[in-house]
Design a protein around this ligand. Structure first.
Ligand code: FRU
Length: 681
């Protein structure tokens, strides 16, 4: 295929056409990297979920393979879809699927049954049930046979969770040598629990333990992974790494899905988190913040200078509970929850008193009940909505910081709007504050701080020292709306994971893994500057697929005001379209600003800036490795301890780059830019 459409990634994996979501069954076997993935063979939105398949020898050049598991009854009478799961090579033929010396590959996945039915195995399932099944391949992964005789091999969740049959999914299987057993890690999505099962033959499974909830628990938990890694390359110090998808409830400042990790130990039955990998509660705003609204339950609207209109006039804040509804306490530690908007089909607006924007961030913490997707918070200047965030459908928390540094001294109001298109529901506005550093809810270790890295999975079949993982570079918030055609969704760059001790704590460090030598074209740009003056420096047209390395000295930030250094990529010559990747010396954060990155209109939450903490190294230098493709930007900060992944949709002519230094000059700057050539011929 040619792969030259507008937005078509040149070195990120995409299927030629149709919808893709999670990577599945990542397995290295006989010199080949297998990538299976959630795939709709019949369209560009989620549906008819099957397992697509591609293979690679170098994780860079991929070859499409026939669909591995086609939705049963496709296209007209689908009775089973193949949700996410993983795959292993059963080299000892424990399953007995092998014969004539052939090694069986075995995949375990979630069967999703749209209808109640009695299966060929005689087992009965309910409508929309999720259960765990297996399939095997005797031709090294090309064709697969579902084990219909006994599927699903894990039919129901354990009895105490029998009400969770619709939310029991995403098995991650691996071989645990010390006990000579297979392990399957599964998610009870709504309960934020992982269940760990063991088996001798991949067919008969026994529940061994459960884990969670811990740390971030917004939305549902999905796509768990569990695997060992040595710490600091020392094979005598092995830790286990649990990776868990959250949807919604991703990193602070993002909306929608995200991925967290927990470091701990695993003994073949139980995963135990390290104490320093756990967080309790959220970080309250920094002490310099002025609390604008911090509801403790006794205030009335009048006390708080908010003007209610519509049905809300008849509502009054209550302390944490609404009669007949679940209080959303617990998540927030000490902070009380107050119902602010409430009730069936309420329509109304709460408008704050006008205020002058004087701090860099507006932070708000909102939690709520059902149908929050008809509820929005707006920042308005001169009657125009400047920033906006919308709730989502499930019970969740939204804690966000808006960077309003470019809006200093403007007079603004905050409005909370319930448009009541949904039915029953309530919203709790816990807190709105202003501060000079972003409020971060310290609730998790984030694998990636951007909006577009989800359902990540690591390869089976590699040695302990090699942990390669791939994520879905999209987000359930807007995944079905991104303006690409005839395909939808890309995979992240494959990443090599390792654990490094940083500030005394085993921390995930990531390195992008492509066979770079084969896709970097000619001599790139390579320049050093003892000092880059305040202002911008155009580099001209550099292209649309780039590998960039930027390093520079940290800066003292005694002076007030913005203090940043970075690079603008995928810019049109007039800079109307641009994506900024940079470092904020005051907040010690790397950021990607995609608010003007091109087509951002398909979802109101898409245009935004994403931040991640990053400290300078021992020599006071900051290094950013930036990977630009036709519709994405990923940044790896420092040694890879911080990453941000974002999609962007710039126009074809957006090929310019420019360096920027704000709030002073920047010392010891080194810029390398290499063009990346297409991996598709
Ligand atoms: C995560 C997910 C999984 C599920 C799959 C369905 O993105 O929701 O939990 O198995 O997608 O396509």
């Amino acid at each position: 295929s040619t792969y030259t459409e507008l937005y078509r990634p040149q070195y990120h994996f995409t299927p030629p056409k149709n919808w893709m979501n999670d990577p599945n069954g990542l397995l290295y076997h006989k010199g080949i990297y297998h990538l299976f993935y959630q795939y709709n063979p019949g369209g560009t939105t989620w549906g008819a979920i099957s397992w697509g398949h591609a293979t690679s020898r170098d994780l860079t050049h991929w070859e499409q393979q026939p669909i591995a598991l086609l939705a049963r009854g496709y296209p007209n009478n689908i009775t089973e879809m193949f949700f996410s799961g993983s795959a292993v090579a059963d080299v000892d033929n424990t399953s007995g699927f092998g014969h004539s010396g052939k090694t069986p590959l075995v995949a375990m996945y979630t069967s999703y049954y749209p209808y109640a039915q009695t299966l060929p195995s005689g087992k009965k399932v309910q409508a929309n049930q999720q259960a765990q099944s297996i399939a095997y391949s005797l031709d090294d992964g090309t064709t697969w046979t579902t084990y219909d005789k006994a599927n699903p091999v894990i039919l129901d969740p354990p009895a105490q969770y029998s009400d969770q049959i619709l939310n029991f999914r995403d098995p991650n299987i691996f071989w645990y040598k010390p006990t000579k057993k297979w392990i399957a890690v599964l998610s009870l999505a709504e309960l934020h629990k992982l269940l760990i099962y063991t088996s001798k033959d991949l067919k008969n499974w026994t529940l061994a333990s459960e884990f969670g909830p811990v740390n971030a628990v917004g939305g549902v938990w999905e796509c768990p992974n569990l695997f060992p890694m040595s710490v600091d390359g020392d094979d005598n110090n092995v830790k286990w790494f649990a990776m868990i998808g959250l949807n919604p409830g991703g990193p602070p400042g993002t909306i929608g899905s995200g991925t967290q990790y927990v470091v701990g130990n695993f003994d073949g039955a139980t995963f135990t988190a390290d104490a320093d990998s756990l967080f309790s509660g959220t970080t309250l705003p920094p002490s310099d913040s002025i609390i604008f609204a911090d509801f403790e339950g006794t205030e009335t609207f009048a006390d708080l200078d908010w003007t209610p209109t519509g049905d809300l006039i008849n509502q009054s804040p209550t302390n944490g509970t609404v009669p007949g509804q679940n209080p959303v306490t617990g998540y927030l530690g000490k902070r009380l929850v107050n119902t602010f908007l409430n009730g069936d089909a309420t329509t109304g607006t709460l408008t704050s008193k006008p205020f002058t924007i004087a701090k860099r961030y507006i932070n708000f913490l909102i939690s709520g009940g059902y149908n929050l997707n008809d509820t929005a918070i707006h920042l308005k200047i001169d009657g125009q909505i400047i920033r906006s965030a919308t709730g989502t459908n499930s019970e969740n928390l939204v804690w966000q910081s808006w960077d309003v540094s470019s809006l200093q001294n403007h007079t603004a109001v905050i409005q909370i709007v319930d448009s009541a298109t949904g039915g029953w529901g309530h919203i709790n506005v816990d807190e709105i504050s202003f501060s000079d550093s972003a409020v971060r809810s310290q609730v998790a270790n984030w694998v990636d701080w951007g909006p577009d890295f989800y359902a990540a999975q690591a390869y089976n079949g590699l040695a302990l020292e090699k942990r390669l993982a791939i994520g879905w570079m999209n987000n359930w918030q807007y995944g079905g709306l991104i303006p690409t055609t005839p395909w939808r969704s890309a995979m992240s760059i494959p990443r090599e994971f390792s654990l490094t001790t940083i500030n005394g704590k085993a921390t995930l460090v990531q390195a992008p893994t492509e066979s770079w030598g084969s896709i970097m074209s000619g001599k790139g740009l390579d320049r050093s500057f003892l000092s880059v003056d305040e202002g911008t420096k155009s580099i001209g047209s550099v292209g649309k697929a780039l590998k960039i390395k930027l390093s520079f000295s940290d800066r003292d930030t005694a002076a007030a005001g913005l203090s940043q250094f970075g690079i603008i990529v995928r810019a049109t010559p007039d800079l109307k379209q641009q994506t900024r990747v940079g470092y904020d010396f005051a907040t010690k954060e790397v950021f990607i600003d995609r608010s003007r990155s091109g087509n951002v209109s398909f979802d109101s939450t898409f245009p935004d800036t994403y931040h991640a903490p990053l400290a300078s190294n021992a020599r006071g230098q900051i290094t950013l490795q930036i990977y630009v493709d036709w519709s994405s930007v990923e940044v790896f900060g420092g040694q890879g301890e911080t990453t941000i992944s974002t999609q962007i949709f710039p126009s074809n002519g957006a090929t310019n780059a420019e360096i920027f230094s704000i709030g002073g000059n920047t010392k010891n700057v080194h810029v390398e830019i290499n063009k990346i050539i297409s991996t598709w011929d």
